[in-house]
Every structure is written in structure tokens, then in C-alpha cells.
Unconditional design. Structure first.
Length: 244
């Protein structure tokens, strides 16, 4: 699964560098699809349960599943880019959140804490650990920093299907659930709100936003359970370690 996940990482890095004031999320979506198909892969999200685009582009108070549009990004926005691919029968999936130009200090802190929470979760990925140890690590770090963990959306297993068991909540008590075994591959994805945890779905049937209008950030890595510890597959060479 290294190849599809490395492809996701490379394209997301290009998109993050392209996202700037005046750029539309639809333009980013077109770039992502072009890069995926150039690599001989297929967009995993496009057409999935009717989703209309290659990327999920969630801006500011949008939590996940924001649909690309002609909306132009402006200085101070934060933008979540979530993307999946199918290549040679296996899936890759990752997400990151970037600031557009100069962003508010609190927005920057939200991005930093969410990324750190992903890193804390990844350190729990080891043979014999309990599934709930992952979400507990996220919740502990996020709430210690005064933010909230989104509960309606979770991480997931991934492999020959985009979404496989087990589901991976970003909260909970440690020491519960199945034990992690060598060879499992997990898409771990904290979603963190600057305000309260509640979210709602807009009339498009996809876009989730914070109920209180607060900012939200999202980071995701696909991680393999190995005897040597976690292997982050969504790095540019597919051979990362526990670093998020």
C-alpha cells in the first residue's frame, strides 16, 4: 500500500503549496484529479456514495466533506484538503489543513494542536495495543489545549476498500477494543474544533460545519501496524515513521 499513499502525500504537498488567496477550491480539485490520473491512479472520492469531486475542501468552519466550488480563498482562511486514490487495487487516504497567507494566532494554534494530536495517536500504533488507545491520545491532547474533538466522524481501516473495519474514534477511554495486529492498516484522522464539538450537515448533504461557527482543522495519515512500530505510509516515499 506504500505506492498509493505516497502518491496522495505528494499531491497533497503540491496542493498545499498551490493554495493561496484568489485560488478557487474547484481549481485545486481539477489539479488533484489531473495529477492522480497522470500517475495511472483513480480518484477514490469521486462518485463514492455520489460525492461529486476528487477532493474534499473544507474552509474555516467547515469540518469535513466540503465540496469544491468557485469560492476564492482569501487571506486568513484555513483550508482542509482531504484526498484518496485507488492504485493497483489498493487505496491511499490522507488530509491536511493549511493557512492561507497570514492567519490568526488562534487559528495557527488550532492547526498545530490538531497535527500534534495526530502525532500522539500514531505513537499508540503498535502490536498488542488497544484500538481505543489511539482516540484517547487524541482527546487528551486536544482537550488539554482547550479545543474540542469532533465525535460524529471517525478514522477507519483501509486497504482493498476505502473504508474498512475498524472504526477509529478520536476520543474514549484507553485499553478498550480489539488489539492491534501486525499488518493492519489504519487511516487516523483527528478533526478538532476551536469551539464546541457539535457539527451539522448543510443542505448539500455532504458539508459538515461546526454548529457554533468556530474554526475546525483536520489532519490524516494512513499508518501500517508493523513489528517495528507504526509506519506512516502517507509520506512522499511511503516509508515514514511515527512522525506526523
Amino acid at each position: 500500500m506504500a505506492a498509493p499513499n505516497a502518491l496522495v502525500a505528494r499531491i497533497l504537498a503540491e496542493l498545499a503549496g498551490t493554495a493561496a488567496a484568489g485560488v478557487t477550491t474547484r481549481g485545486l480539485d481539477a489539479l488533484a484529479e489531473r495529477r492522480i490520473r497522470e500517475a495511472g491512479a483513480v480518484p477514490a472520492f469521486k462518485g463514492y456514495r455520489g460525492y461529486p469531486a476528487t477532493l474534499c475542501t473544507s474552509v474555516n468552519e467547515q469540518v469535513v466533506h466540503g465540496i469544491p466550488s468557485d469560492r476564492k480563498l482569501v487571506e486568513g482562511d484555513i483550508l482542509s484538503l482531504d484526498m484518496g486514490v485507488l492504485m493497483d487495487g489498493f487505496y491511499g487516504d490522507a488530509a491536511l489543513t493549511v493557512g492561507i497567507g497570514r492567519i490568526a494566532a488562534e487559528a495557527g494554534r488550532l492547526l498545530r494542536v490538531t497535527q500534534e494530536a495526530l502525532g500522539a495517536a500514531i505513537t499508540q500504533v503498535r502490536v498488542g495495543a488497544r484500538l481505543s488507545d489511539i482516540g484517547h491520545a487524541v482527546q487528551r491532547l486536544v482537550e488539554a489545549n482547550g479545543f474540542s474533538v469532533v465525535r460524529e466522524f471517525v478514522g477507519h481501516g483501509i486497504g482493498a476498500a476505502l473504508h474498512e473495519e475498524p472504526q477509529i474514534p478520536n476520543y474514549g477511554e484507553p485499553g478498550r477494543g480489539p488489539r492491534l495486529a501486525e499488518g493492519m492498516v489504519l487511516a487516523i484522522e483527528p478533526m478538532v474544533n476551536a469551539g464546541r464539538a457539535g457539527v451539522k450537515i448543510l443542505s448539500d448533504g455532504w458539508t459538515a460545519v461546526t454548529k457554533d461557527g468556530s474554526l475546525s482543522a483536520h489532519f490524516e495519515h494512513t499508518v501500517a501496524v508493523t513489528a517495528a512500530g507504526p509506519r506512516v505510509l502517507t509520506t512522499r516515499n511511503g516509508a515514514g515513521t511515527a512522525r506526523a
